[in-house]
Design a protein. Structure first.
Length: 322
């Protein structure tokens, strides 16, 4: 027995050193705890360094603005002056008649393009659209629609059968759905069409011949709807992020192959908004505006109900102060 401080205990003898029982185990435990603490400290330092680098490299964003709100805030920077409203006309071969009238509103503030087919018999400016075209051309129709929808300037594009064929080929074709089998022998042999029901990519010639087909199961209303569907498909598939660098080229192609009254200067003024639309279009940004009730016909003229006109104003009219 060895008395150290008036308390007694067993001792172990190792060479010339004496240690209390359990001393070696306590020493190992302390060493392991120290090592674990060191590892945790090292991991904390590494985590802090990585977090700092990540924050430095991350793209900047406005202080206190949630990420999911940034696109909305950017869209809100666009106003009526950035929007583009186009009147798209399908013309007869000799350009004496406008057979189809479509409105397209490119609206960056809503990341949306609106499309609607108007009746040639629609009343505007004290006459029908068809009669206005005969008397005053595309500009006369656009002026009447500007007043009707209380919007800014409406630009026009007029295209014949041949111009539709060439333009769609220049753009690389278009994919859309045909709701019925179409087999038609046209008076002009170059406009015969035989197309199965379904969705696929169509060339310019196929598209032009299909749109020329007069005997749709849904009558003239479905004929107009097909023009809208093709126009919406073209916008969705060509006004996209991967083609933003070609917007100017596409405008020049359009200018060279159709009757367009938008100047290059105006196009450049609108290019920022159009580019924004393309960057945010996932091939579904175009909305075909469909009115709930057919227009009311009175002889050779027709007019929409007040409720349907409000829907059209909401899509194609100016938004006012934003």
């Amino acid at each position: 027995m060895l008395v150290l401080d008036s308390s007694a205990g067993k001792v172990q003898h190792k060479k010339t050193h004496y240690m209390p029982v359990g001393y070696r185990y306590r020493r190992v435990a302390v060493g392991l705890m120290t090592l674990a603490g060191g590892i945790l400290l090292l991991l904390f330092v590494i985590w802090g360094a990585v977090s700092t680098v990540t924050e430095i490299l991350a793209p900047p964003k406005e202080e206190g603005v949630p990420i999911h709100m940034q696109v909305d805030e950017e869209a809100a920077l666009y106003t009526d002056k950035d929007a583009v409203t186009m009147l798209v006309l399908k013309l007869s071969d000799d350009r004496s008649e406008a057979e189809q009238f479509m409105l397209a509103r490119f609206e960056p503030s809503e990341e949306r393009v609106y499309v609607h087919a108007l009746y040639p018999q629609m009343e505007a400016g004290g006459s029908t659209l068809a009669q206005l075209y005969r008397e005053k051309g595309a500009a006369g129709c656009a002026d009447a629609l500007e007043e009707l929808f209380d919007c800014g300037e409406i630009y026009s594009i007029g295209m014949t059968f041949k111009q539709i064929r060439l333009m769609i080929n220049e753009l690389g074709g278009v994919t859309f759905y045909v709701p019925q089998a179409v087999n038609y022998a046209a008076p002009e042999a170059d406009r015969n069409v035989n197309i199965a029901k379904g969705k696929r990519e169509f060339t310019g010639g196929e598209t032009a011949r299909l749109l020329n087909f007069p005997d749709w199961e849904g009558g003239e209303a479905q004929h107009r709807e097909m023009y809208c569907e093709v126009l919406a498909a073209l916008i969705n598939q060509k006004l996209v992020e991967g083609r933003t660098g070609r917007l100017k080229d596409m405008f020049l192609e359009l200018h060279g192959g159709a009757e367009v009254d938008m100047s290059m200067t105006t196009f450049h003024d609108k290019l920022t908004g159009l580019t924004y639309l393309a960057e945010h279009n996932k091939e579904d940004g175009t909305m075909v505006v469909i009115v709930k009730k057919k227009p009311v016909f009175n002889g050779d003229t027709c007019s929409y109900t007040d409720k349907d006109m409000k829907s059209l104003w909401a899509a194609f009219g100016d938004r006012g102060e934003q």
